[in-house]
Ligand binder design. Structure first.
Ligand SMILES: [Fe+2]
Ligand SMILES: [Fe+2]
Length: 139
């Protein structure tokens, strides 16, 4: 999952890169790739990972789910605008980048290490298999 965060950042920066070069069609493609990836990532976390932690860290989990909603809201605004060729989305993008950074750092430093301790090897293997099968059903 830490690796997936790095991938999400790289998708976000590739979008910024195309946007800065004013290659709008490519920028839209990069944006849609980011959107899809984040959606899958949040689904994994909410459906497969968080339920393992809920009883012990419910306040943290609630906060993370709220942040997912905030991030999705920002993505929606950017999507609606850029879909209509309006790329004046700097304010939302800055906010998105800031929020994503804070959110993923919290998960990397606090949440995933807890999960790592809590689950045994068999449970981890099962979780990974569930994630892979979810990707398969997404296509
Ligand atoms: Fe998350
Ligand atoms: Fe995450």
């Amino acid at each position: 999952m830490v690796k997936d965060h790095a991938l999400i950042y790289s998708f976000l920066h590739e979008y910024f890169q195309e946007k800065n070069l004013q290659r709008k069609i490519l920028a839209r493609r990069r944006f849609l790739r980011l959107l899809w990836r984040l959606k899958t990532h949040f689904d994994w976390e909410e459906l497969l990972l968080f339920p393992h932690l809920k009883e012990k860290n419910s306040k943290d989990i609630k906060q993370l789910i709220n942040e997912h909603q905030e991030i999705k809201q920002l993505l929606k605004v950017i999507n609606d605008k850029t879909e209509n060729d309006d790329f004046s989305t700097e304010k939302e993008e800055k906010e998105l980048e800031k929020l994503l950074k804070r959110h993923s750092e919290f998960e990397d430093k606090k949440l995933y290490p807890k999960l790592d301790k809590k689950l045994n090897e068999k449970e981890k293997k099962k979780l990974i298999e569930e994630m892979i099968s979810q990707i398969a059903t997404d296509y």
